[in-house]
Design a protein around this ligand. Structure first.
Ligand SMILES: CC(C)(COP(=O)(O)OP(=O)(O)OC[C@H]1O[C@@H](n2cnc3c(N)ncnc32)[C@H](O)[C@@H]1OP(=O)(O)O)[C@@H](O)C(=O)NCCC(=O)NCCS
Length: 424
């Protein structure tokens, strides 16, 4: 059995934020029915195409384990089918632009009328307020949520991160909201509305930076490199380069081969508990007892110089050698891994976090599997659906259409290419 077995999700999501949420729920056992515009589908199917004519990796990697029904929700018969889906499903998930669902005629009030037990979960760019009507994509959320202003180097512009904290991060927040609402429904019998605004999700992930904003009022942030470099602080949390975000100083340092390999670097943390080991490894045993070095607070004004000295040592080792030498001594270090290295990582393959997936149009491709491991709810990653692949199956098996009634829906133009669907 899987954790969410028996839960039906009406997946009205597109692009990245919503689909990451429903993909997770599908991996945890929910039956996810993706509703897509006839003949078009989720726009990502045809974005960043690498195999002409096939669904893109953008789409396939965000929509595993789902079924697809083509449905025009602005057509009368389409609205009838959508109403039946709302009656039947436990959760409706959507991430349309603000107001799109209301314009289709499916306000939250109407949805509750149709099914008072349903949970309606939405991703929007912003919560209620002056920006609530804005459309938002990943990088806008990173900028509005405090990530960009606190990422990058002090002397450079704000930076967006490669991790999709606005889209996939908000999808994760939404998934938690949904399973929590499902749990509460067990007690109350009622559904509820779940909202995960992208700005709020990014800010939640940046909470240590809001911590630092308030600490600034008490004085300089002495664990930031700029403190030791004598650069004054302004009135907002600054960009901290690759400084550690916590109480244990750390930095990205060059390793052997850095001149030619853009990823020949390691992250190196001088955790207080293992300072003596660090001193021995880099050949500075005197620093174990020297005034100005022996105690953690004394080191804060010379972090840049200390890391420069450690880097002299790391430059003589590969990033993997640094790991092999430091790990047995409990010195926290980590190699900077490229996507190529991660894709080839045996350990991640063994745990199912990197998987090979077969696809009828693409052949085999590599994907990220479920990153959350439940000991009693196994995950099997299956391919994303072709557009409308399950239209007839869902109309018949989930909604109970048959005979003339089924023919009426198929011929109405509400579900795409009826001939193709009927032939299946
Ligand atoms: C992502 C986003 C910017 C994309 O904007 P967009 O491409 O213009 O898409 P929209 O959500 O506005 O939807 C476009 C239209 O398609 C319509 N549509 C979607 N599915 C449909 C279907 N099955 N049948 C008929 N119409 C459909 C919508 O009703 C909407 O019509 P409207 O403008 O008349 O109301 C926007 O959806 C958004 O801001 N979403 C919330 C935040 C978010 O999730 N952002 C991250 C995306 S990764």
């Amino acid at each position: 059995m899987k954790a969410l077995e028996g839960i039906k999700i009406l997946d009205f999501t597109h692009v990245q934020s919503g689909p990451t949420c429903t993909q997770l729920l599908a991996w945890l056992g929910a039956d996810v029915i993706k509703v897509e515009r006839p003949g078009v589908g989720d726009a990502t199917r045809k974005q960043l195409v690498d195999v002409p004519g096939a669904d893109s990796l953008y789409f396939t990697m965000l929509n595993h384990n789902k079924r697809s029904i083509e449905l025009n929700s602005k057509n009368d018969t389409g609205k009838e089918v959508l109403t039946k889906l709302i009656e039947t499903c436990d959760v409706l998930v959507e991430n349309f632009a603000p107001g799109a669902l209301d314009r289709m005629g499916f306000s939250w009030e109407r949805i509750q009328e149709i099914n008072p037990r349903i949970i309606m979960a939405s991703v929007k760019g912003f919560g209620p307020g002056k920006y609530e009507d804005c459309k938002v994509y990943e990088n806008v959320a990173q900028c509005a949520g405090g990530s960009a202003s606190t990422t990058g180097f002090l002397d450079g512009p704000p930076l967006v991160t490669g991790a999709q904290i606005g889209d996939s991060g908000t999808g994760l927040h939404l998934a938690l909201g949904i399973v929590t609402a499902l749990y509460q429904r067990e007690q109350t019998g009622r559904g509820q509305k779940v909202l995960a605004p992208m700005q709020d999700g990014v800010l939640n992930l940046c909470r240590v930076k809001l911590r630092d904003q308030q600490r600034l009022e008490a004085g300089p942030l002495n664990e930031y490199s700029q403190f030791g470099e004598g650069i004054p602080f302004g009135d907002a949390t600054p960009r901290a380069g690759n400084d550690s975000g916590g109480g244990q100083p750390g930095k990205i340092l060059k390793c052997k081969g850095w001149e030619d390999d853009p990823n020949a670097y390691t992250y190196f943390i001088i955790q207080a508990a293992v300072w003596e080991h660090v001193c021995d490894v880099i050949g500075e045993p005197g620093w174990k007892t020297a005034e100005g070095y022996a105690k953690p607070p004394e080191r804060l004004d010379k972090l840049t110089a200390i890391f420069d000295r450690i880097e002299e040592w790391t430059k003589t080792k590969t990033k993997y050698e640094v790991m092999e030498i430091c790990n047995p001594l409990n010195i926290p270090v980590g190699p900077i891994l490229s996507m190529k290295e991660i894709m080839e990582d045996d350990g991640l393959r063994k745990t199912g976090t990197i998987v090979d997936v077969e696809h009828p149009e693409r052949g085999t491709y590599v994907s990220v599997g479920c990153p959350i491991k439940l000991s009693d709810s196994p995950v099997e990653v299956t391919r994303s659906p072709l557009l409308g692949e399950h239209t007839a199956e869902i109309l018949q098996q989930v909604l109970g259409y048959d005979g003339e009634d089924l023919a009426r829906v198929l011929d109405s133009g509400a579900v795409g290419d009826s001939k193709k669907v009927a032939a299946e």
